[in-house]
Every structure is written in C-alpha cells, then in structure tokens.
Design a protein around this ligand. Sequence first.
Ligand code: SAH
Ligand code: AVI
Length: 759
Amino acid sequence: MPAAPATSDVGEDLLEGLEQTRARTLALAAAISDGDLERQIDPLMSPLVWDLAHIAAYEDLWLVHRHADVPLLHADLAATYDAFETPRAVRGDVELLDAAGALQYLAAVRERALAATGTHGVDPVIHELVLQHEQQHVETMLQTLTLARLDGFDPPFRVSAPSSPTPGAHSGLEFVPVAGGEVEIGACAGRFSYDNERPPHHVTVAPFRIARTPVTNASWLAFAEGGGYERREWWSDEAWAWKQQEDITGPLHWARRPDGSRCELTACGPRDLDPDRPACHVSWFEAAAFARAHGARLPTEAEWETAATWTQRSWPSDGEAHVGLRDRPGRDRAAGRRRLRRAGPDRKRLGVDGDRVQRLPRVRRAPLSRVLRGVLPARLPRAARRRMGDAVPRRHPDVPELGPSPAPADLRRRPPGDRRGGRMNPIESAVATEQVITIRSYLTPGDERTLADDVLDGLTRPFKELPPKHFYDTVGAELFDQICELPEYYPTRAERSILVAESSRIAQATRAAEVVELGAGTAEKTRVLLGALAAAGTLRRYVPVDVTEAMVVRVADELTSDFDGLEVHGIVGDFERHLEHVPPPGDGPRIVAFLGGTIGNFSPGSRRRFLRGLARLLRPGVDHLLLGTDLVKDPRILEAAYDDAAGITAAFNRNVLNVLNRELGADFDVAAFEHVAFFDREREWIEMRLRASRRMSVHIAALGLDVEFAPREELRTEISAKFTPQRLADDLAAAGLNLEQVLKDDAGQFALSLSTPAG
Ligand code: SAH
Ligand code: AVI
C-alpha cells in the first residue's frame, strides 16, 4: 500500500485522529492520581502506567522503527512493554516506568513519530493500526477504572455511551427488514483490519429483520424485572448452568440499592440507570436469552455485517486509499463492489450516522441519525468497531481536543419540569424541522402534583387505590407492549383482527381525513386503519394523544415515515384533562379512536362522563367515534389474560410502585407486593391489585406521608371493565351517541363500534 502524503484527506484524517486520541489518553491519565496509575488495581488488569508506556512502545515500534527504519527510542524497554513477552499476569510484578516516566515516554515517541511521518508520509494501514491500538487501550484503562471504582474519579469526558436524545423513543426492539441475498463481507484490502475480518468473501444471507438501535437499559430492565433471569425456557442448558453457578441476575455492573431499585456501578461511582442508554456488559448467554424472550435470536455475523455495513463496501476499489473514512459527499461510489445494495442517495445505512436514510416502514430518517449521533460520539474517532461508522465530529466545548461534545442543546433530554404547554420545547424544535410534525406537551410541572394528589387521595382511603394512568412510564409502556404479545392477552390480537378485516369498510363508511387517537401508545393497530384511509385517498392528519411523551414522539416519527404526506399533531397530555387542546377538525370527516379497551379502565360513572366529552369533539353525522371494548366471557380466559404465566402483567402492576419510589421518593419494597388479578363477576370487570405480603410502613417523602399496610392488605391499581352489547349500547346512548355498527372478531371476544353524536 503506497503511503499517502500527510496533507491528503487520509493523511490529515489519521493525524487528526492520533492527536485527538492522545488528548483523550492524557486527559484520562490526568484524572487519576500517580498512586492509582502505578498500582495494580485488579489482578486481571495491568497497572495503568503499563498501558501508557505500552502505547508509547507500540507507536515507536510501528510508526518510527518499522515505518521509517529508525532505531527504537528505548530498546531496553521493548520486552517489558511487549504484550506477549510481559503478559498481564506478571505486569504487576515487573519494574515499570513511574507515571511521570510513562508520560514522558509517550511525548518523546509522539515527537519522533511525527518527524518520521513528515519524511515518510502516512501509511493508511500502519497509522490506522497505531491509532486503533491506542483507542483500545483507553478502553482497557476505563475497564480497569470501572473495576477500581475510585472515589471522586471524574474524567473530563463521558465514559459511557450517552443517552438517546429522544428519551424513550427507542427500545432496541424496533426491527427493520433486510432483504438479504448474496452479499460480500469481510474487510477490504488496503485498510487496516484484524485478520479475522478478512479476506472479503461472498455469503448468501436469507432475508431477516434486525433491531435498528441498541437495546436500551429500559428494555433490559423490563426483561430483568419481568423474570428474564428466572425463566428457564429462555436459557440454553449451558447458559442456565453458568447463570446459576455465577448467580447472575443482571448485567455485570448493575447493582441493587437497598430499596430494591437497580443502579449502575460506573467508573465514576453508582449512577441511576439511564433508561435510554444502550444496555452494556451482558454476556452472550444473557443476550441470547433476552433475544429468545422477545421471540428473536441473535444475528449471525454475516447478518450483522450485512445490516451494519450498508455502504462500506461500496468504496472505490481502485487501490485509492480511503482507509476508515466516512463517505464524503461527492466522492465517487460508482465502482462499489457490493452487489445487492449499491449505496445511493435513497439508501440508508443502518447503524451509521450522517447518511440519508431510505424510507422504510418504521425507520425514519432524521431521528435515526439523531439517535445514533447521540450514541456514537462516545466512541473515539475510528474506534475498532468501525463497522458502525464514524461519529459526526463535534468538539467538546471546553476541551476541544477531547473530541465530540455532548449532543447539541436541541437534542438533549429536557430538564424535568420543562414541559410547558404551547411553548416551543426541545422536542418540538427537534421535530419541527420536519414540518409535518407538531408535538405539544400539556403536562406542566403541576402534573407531578397530579400524581402526588392521586397518591395522597388514593393511599389515605380505607380501601387503597391508585389510578391506572401512572403505570405508563418508559418501563411500564415497554411492559405493556410485552403484554400485548402474550399468548394469554387476547384483546390486542382480537382487535387487530377486526381492524384487518374491517378497516376498508370503516374507511368507506367514514371517509375520514383525520384520526384523533386517545391513549395511542405505539399505535400499532392504528396503522391498519390509517393504511385503509390512505388507500381510500382521504387521510390527511393523525392526532395521537398520550400521557407518555416518548410514545407520541415515536409514533409521530414512525407514521410520518410510513405514510407519505401524513401530518401528525401529537398531544402529550392527559386525555381526561386536555381534550380541549385537540385541534378543531380540518377539512373532511374525523374519527376519534379509543382502542384497546382502555375505556374499560374508567369506573362506570366517569366512563359515561368521559364519553360525553368525546362526543363534543365530533360533528353529528360527519364524524365518528371508533371505540374498542373487551367483551364479557369465560372468567378463566379473562383472569389468565391479567395473570399471565410469564409474570409480565405482575411486573407491569408492580411497576407503579417503582414510579412512586422514583417520582415521589417513596420507599415501597416493590418485591414485597403480590400481583392479584380477578374477575369480579357481579360488576363484570377485572380488578388488578397489589397485596402486601407482610405488615409494612411506607414513607412517601414528597408528601411527608407514612402509609401503613396490614399483612395481606390490598391496593387496587386498575379495573378493566368488560362489556355486553347492552352495556355498550347503554353507555353510548347515555353519552348522546348513536351506535351505527358493532364489529366483532371471529371468536366474539372483542368489539369495535362506530357511533356518531345524535343530531
Ligand atoms: N391504544 C393502545 C394502547 C393502550 S394502553 C392499544 O390499544 O394497544 C393505554 C395507553 O393509554 C397507554 O399508552 C397510556 O400511556 C395511555 N394513557 C393511559 N391513561 C392516560 C391518560 N389519562 N391520558 C393520556 N393517555 C393515557
Ligand atoms: C390499557 N388497558 C386497556 C389494558 C387493559 O387490558 O385493561 C391495561 C392492562 N392491564 C393489565 N393488562 C393490560
């Protein structure tokens, strides 16, 4: 491979990378005392001074000695700092340079390396190798520091993957289809890569689906809390034996606080689990169990590489060196060797920032790159995991040499409480660029009061009770998603089957231009209806209303991607209090959809009041209410749906106590509450309760309240009313709605009704 002049693109890029990486190495060293640098923190790891001097020795060997044929600076140190001659096991016992000596060695070698590069140019392979080597050692040092858990360690850069800029918008379980076919994998010649990645070769990959973002802590937490580590059937024999023997109950650095909640032990000390960060430090066994629990499997290497290297192999193969570079606009890609997926302006790169993303179902352009931009900068430029692509360069505001800065302000998580209605907030400004999306949040700081009021009111009653809307934090929303997939939980499938069978007729009957959906959640089933309205050519706007902001943002993202030209006006708010903010109907008829049987979560009196409020959003004879109601049936079927064998509903139920612990500083011992679900045959509703397994006194700090639980005392968390045709007709009539059609699934388990206000 010919050397490139240092002034070429490649040369500049590599030299800049070397410089940035070194700044990072030095910043890390500066954050640690000499004593901690010099001692062996963990018998498995090298003393940190060994890593530092080894970086210098390696650079001297390759960039100076091998590249420019100049003798080593310290031939006497070569053996000590050769990874094979001095293996980890003995590095704590041999004599090493002290901290100052190691830093000096680094500086002296760098000077020589730059001089050698000046005379001999940049070698795209060797310079990249040295660069990646140093980056790996920064990671190794951070691993050591994670084991050390030094008091007050606070490096001037982020040491773990940052959180998603759109909180809750991704779970790591959103799958995209990849067509497969004959693809070329392996590393191209002329660029540095490890020998296990070469040579390039063709494999045939069957079509598959793959998650498009890393699995988040929220998803992993839901898995762990939902019994993921206890469910034998998700683990292979070998994995189970390992898990039992090692007593594995979660990712490596997760721990439990005394209150039972989980936290993460980082190099900077214990931290709250960030729900939006990628889950880290799990073994292959755990990852396989997680995948199985989600009806999936881990990808093969060929699948992963196919999905992750969308355009990588489409770089010129004319011998020109583009080592490890991101594609640049205008660079000729025509000579690409990849057969099936020639990169083009309309193709996306999965897992790679910065490029255009094709409109695929459930994949959006801007948010994907936003999320990845949030995730990628934690890596050093051109870290060994090059397949994921390079970070968009963003400089640290205070220490420019330290590389990428945190996400720009408009993409950062909003501070708690900054959720004023009507004002442009960061989420709005982030999505407003799409024009077709508007999202307004009506949850104000006062909404914490609503939770507090509900808790004060509900837990001081003789029969304790909480309203179900507080189930749906990020974890709760994810658990509800899992409930919808459970074999026992039939309502979602039944309602979906009605929509699949009847949506065209609903579209013909309503000619709706807009769908307002209350408690939209993931709007999974709504897509079927929207599809039919789009096919009928009437659909213009979708207005999801949900108390979970992340759901509204995600649905807006996904649906504008799925439906060309669809306008989305999202409302983050409480459908019991914020319906006045639903925009007036545009041109054309409107459907107000209230699906899933959520109407059943109201008590009978408030149910009718609520339906009356909905009727006010509708114009008689023009607009329709599309209401999903679960039907009365065999209590055994009903009770199984709310007390599933996998324990997901139990985890969903208990999660409301986690919400109280987190939001109100309560100290519920969550595990000490049993999940109870039964069908009240007289009232014909399901009740979910949490039963105290022993006497308990719970302190709720934000309310200055102590709540006593007697042994076996129960707290009602949800009712879910089931309907007879008569009850449905009576409720609608009482709300001034004329029932036009009742549609049922084949098994007669669930009903969808269409009604319109009486004129
Ligand atoms: N419609 C979806 C989701 C049902 S789950 C389906 O049929 O599968 C109930 C949804 O309503 C959740 O997304 C929850 O966040 C939302 N929700 C519950 N109470 C709410 C309230 N008071 N205001 C707004 N949204 C609410
Ligand atoms: C959202 N709602 C209709 C669900 C139901 O069935 O009442 C919530 C739920 N609770 C337990 N499982 C599902």
